[in-house]
Design a protein around this ligand. Structure first.
Ligand code: GUN
Length: 283
């Protein structure tokens, strides 16, 4: 079998076109969706993500501003800034780029952001709503993955879904969203024994490990749906995923590439959440 490749880049483009229309009609009503991104320090990967977020916002007509702070910023200074942003009625979405420097308590920062402006979906209130199966801001990468599966009418109900990785940003929430779609979900992680026994049984395999070619075609079931969340830079400078694409493609029914797979969907769902927030604030 040769898998159909799911290009998140194409779906992202289609969704952003639809969002342009939605933003135009909000603007006609005097509502200008606005996202504020806060970045601390000089991490090149974070800076590159943030630039992508700014560019995509502009493309769909969402106002965005970037607040760049030095690595020396204190916990209190960041908390004061978040309070100001929470109180600013022109701002609908607040995103503090992670990871934060070691001297900052990340969880306290996440909890300081108003759940109504938490377009990352990281606030415990929004996570709690997601666990309860309620509508809320869902974390962007997991939400992007579910949107990609739905765009191909891939059935999740009753399927064995295996998630490799248990980060708060990707692994844990994507498992919950799959559960909400009635999949039977198993989490694997660095302490899992005999991991390949699980991967070989998966109908839907989500790989979010961050290790170049962690799995190959030998590790997956024929006809599996493989979603590769990894973004790894190879020695030759090119990007690659957690899954060896060529061998997996010959065995899977659907597979996402890296780049042009899950990545473009993350920013798209961030814009979706920001527009949703703007709509809610003005209803
Ligand atoms: N760092 C890596 N991914 C993300 C994300 O989705 N949101 C935030 N705030 N930081 C990140």
């Amino acid at each position: 079998m040769t898998a159909e490749v799911i290009y998140g880049s194409e779906l992202a483009e289609k969704l952003r076109k639809e969002m342009q229309g939605e933003v135009s009609s909000l603007r006609e009503k005097g509502v200008i969706p606005k996202l504020t991104v806060v970045i601390i320090g000089e991490d090149p990967a974070s800076k590159s993500y943030v630039r992508g977020k700014q560019k995509a916002s502009k493309e769909v007509g969402v106002d965005s501003n970037l607040i760049e702070l030095p690595t020396t910023t204190t916990q209190q200074e960041l908390l004061d800034l978040i309070e100001e942003l929470n109180d600013d009625s022109t701002i609908h979405g607040i995103l503090v780029q992670l990871p934060l420097p070691d001297h900052i308590n990340e969880q306290q920062i996440i909890e300081a952001i108003s759940p109504l402006k938490d377009v990352d979906g990281f606030h415990p209130i929004n996570i709690g709503r997601m666990v309860a199966g309620k509508d809320t801001f869902y974390p962007c990468t997991p939400f992007g993955i579910i949107t990609m599966l739905k765009s191909k009418n891939i059935q999740m109900e009753g399927k064995k879904a295996v998630v490799i990785g248990r980060s708060n940003i990707v692994g844990k929430p994507v498992g919950l969203l799959l559960l909400n779609e009635n999949a039977t979900v198993t989490y694997c992680h660095s302490k899992t024994r005999n991991m390949k026994e699980y991967t070989k049984e998966a109908d839907i395999l989500i790989v979010a490990v961050g290790k170049e070619h962690f799995l190959s075609g030998d590790d997956i079931k024929a006809g599996a749906v493989v979603i590769d969340v990894g973004v790894n830079r190879m020695a030759n400078g090119k990007l690659t995923g957690d899954v060896e694409f060529e061998s997996a493609k010959d065995k899977a029914s659907y597979i996402t590439p890296v780049p042009k797979g899950v990545g473009p969907m993350t920013i798209t769902m961030l814009l979706h959440n920001t527009i949703k927030s703007a709509r809610q604030f003005h209803n």
